[in-house]
Structure formats: structure tokens, C-alpha cells
Design a binder for this molecule. Sequence first.
Ligand code: FRU
Length: 480
Amino acid sequence: AWPQADPRPGFHFAPQRNWMNDPNGLVYYEGEYHLFFQYNPHGDRWGHMSWGHAVSRDLISWKELPVAIPESDVMAFSGSAVIDWKNTSGFGTGGKPAMVAIYTGFDPKTRNQSQYVAYSNDRGRTFTRFGKVIDIGSTEFRDPKVFWHEPTRRWVMVVVRATDKAASFYSSPNLREWTHESDFSHPSSSRSINWECPELFELPVRNGARGEKRWVLSVSQGDGGPDGGSAGQWFVGAFDGHRFKLEPNWPDTPRWTDAGADFYAAQSWNEAPDGRRLWIGWATNLRYASAIPTYPARGLMSVPRALALQREGQDWHLAQMPVREIERYRTKVQRLVDVKLDNASRALDPGDSFDMTVTIEDTDAERITFTASDAQGYQTVVGYTPATREIFVDRTRSGPHFHDAFAARHVVTLPQGNGPVTLRLLVDRSILELFAADGTRTITDRFFRADGPLRWEVSAEGGSATIRSLDVWRLAQPDS
Ligand code: FRU
């Protein structure tokens, strides 16, 4: 059957039915992580854009709730949400702060895009529209990300002038009146049509001086990514509440957020406890998002990831690791220790939703591969090429054809060295997420099977390799 009914993924969020795109309004409040999302309540193609809603106590088990911000005279495009603890907006009631959503209203008649505010006094279940707060008369002005900037005691908004490929910064004392502060653009955008879904947050430098931090500005772009399609890129710099100042000697070429094809429009949670910076992306590529062969839902989020910044010499890396909460859903099903593979393979039995960590050493093989095959011979291959220190995902033969841009091989190079290599692979029915080098290298790719269960095996091709350890955990389907 093709397209295929997509049983609910085990531990990734997908709506019960219909179309979903970007994550929106990510905020933590009273024990709940909120995940709003671009949603079409009326079909499985883009349209009638509204904010769908789901909540979770642990970022893994999600409960889908009714639409929170419906389409009205304007569609509710992407945006963010904050908790107005100091009641700067006056939207709070009964001593409780309001949850305030700041989003782009798209007027289908004029195509104008401007920024709107709506607030909720019932933990995000329903919103009251306050109205339009910024209108620059543009049809390409969208995706406001707002947060409280304590040093200036102001709200800060980063929003894109999409086709100008510029991030604009605004500030506000009360979420209603906004002042334009500055703009940022960069030569790395030259190969893309636009910028979308900006993000701005401060991160500790993992291996930096004590207390060292930097600001990260990330933007998604509609095309021109590593695989030609949509992708995210990021910058490191300083932010003083007014302007973003790029780190000296930053390259003119893009630093990609992910080396795969399917990680877009990433947004981070405001107010996440324990100072963690967590984000999630829409797991698809704009080239084929509307052709994804699943029903009754079309749209899937990545696993939520914890972020850190890492320095490698003069170079910066953005590290992403699956949130630790996932570990509670794991059941160990397989462990291999010190297994030598010599032009040989070994069957794995991980099921459809699993978490695997493998450490490979003493390799003279050309390739170590993890191959998933279906009953009709379609294959998806995850692997490591020691000579070039590349990890890759090859989905040139993964599933029957549904879009010309889908079949591709995605590659990223690991840091230099010749020690053991550790890979972590999360797989959940139609998505795989590969993490290496402490999360500084990631490949996020969708893949599809024709039929039946997948058989996985690990092989050493063209030589030998030792699996120092390989652990496979099945991931239980969280009940929501
Ligand atoms: C990104 C995007 C945003 C916009 C939203 C509309 O995928 O184009 O720029 O706000 O989707 O659904």
C-alpha cells in the first residue's frame, strides 16, 4: 500500500490527523511543556493555518488538545509564546500571569504579514486576540520569536524580513508597543530564497572558560541547504538586547544545523526548567513536505534535543542530543560486546522504535553499515566510512518513489582522529536521527518502507571492524 497509513510514531509527536508544519509557541508553564504547531484542521495539505496544540510533562509523551488559535480573518502563522510573569501586558488575571502568543497574521486577501498578540488565562487552552502590534506593510515579514531579556528588562523579538534574508530585532516593555532596534543579515544567505523561523538564545560554551557563554542566532531557509532543499543555519555572537554582533572571523559559508534533509523551522522552549535549552524541529524538507506518503497525518516533529555550544580550535559547533527523558521509555533488547566483524554481518532485532548506541574501533573495513531492509528489498543504510571519517545516511533506495528530491545520500565529517567512533541512532518508524561526536554532528532523515517489518543488520564491508559495544533499547509507545 502506497501511500501508507502511518501508525502513530512511537515517541515522536505527530497530530492524530491532518497537516502539520512548524513548531510554534514553545513554552514551559506549571509542569507542562507546550507544543503549539502550524496546523490545518481541515485537511492534510497546507492551508487554513491555525495553531494546533499538544502538552507533555516529559517532552516524550504528548497529549493533543483542541486547536488553540484558529484561523480568522488572518491565518495564524508561526510565532512564539511567553509567560508574562510581571504582568507587563496587563493580560494576567487573578494574580496569575498570562501566556502570551506572538505570531504572524497572514491576510489571504492582501497577503500582508504582520505580528499579532493573543493571550491565554487558561494554560494555553484558549486564547483571546489582542490584535496587531507590528505592521511594516510587508508581505514577507514573519515568525516572531519573543523572550524576556533580563539585562535590559525588556521583551525582545527576533523576526525575519524573509526575502530580504534579514533578521530584525525589536524590543518592548509590555508586548504591545514594539521598537525596532536593528537588523542582521549575512553573506551565507546568498544561495537561498529566504530566511524563516529565526531563533535567538544564549548557551554555555561546553569546553570554554568557566561561565563562558555566547548567543546563538538560528534561521531556517527555504532552499539552498546542504542537499539543495530547505535547511537551518546558525551563527554565534553577542547580543545586548539591541543588536546581534557576530563572532569575529565567522565564515561566509553557512554552518548547517543538521546534515540531513529533514530538520526545519527549529524552535526552542522558553522557560525550560534547570536552565536547559531544548529545541525541536519539523522533520521534513520543503521540497517534498506535501508529498510525504503517510495518512491520516502528514507532519512529524523531531525528537526534542538539548543544546550546547562546543569549540573545536577556532571552530564552533552546535551540539544537539536527544533529551534524557527518553531514557525512561527504553527497554534493553540487545547488547554486543567485543564482536569482530570481518566482511560479515550480524542481525539486529531492534523493532520499529529504538535507541541504539554503538562504539566501533580497530577498523580497516571500507564501511561499517547498519542496513534496514523491507520485504520488497527497499533499503535504508546508516554508516561510517573510516578513511574519510564520514558518517552517512543513504536513502537512495528507501521505499517506492514518491518525489524526485527524496532519494539522496547525506554525509557529515567527524572530527579528525583515529580513536573509536561512537554513534547514537534513534529510529521511529519513518524517521531516523543520527548523533555523533557528542551531538556536534547530526543527520535527520525521513525514510519509508514498502511493506511489512524492517530487518536490520550491521556489517563490515571490505575489511574488518570491532564493535566494542552495541546497545539497543526498544522504545515503548508512551501513553498519552
Ligand atoms: C515555514 C513557514 C513560516 C510561516 C509558516 C506558515 O515553514 O513558511 O515562515 O510562518 O510556515 O505555515
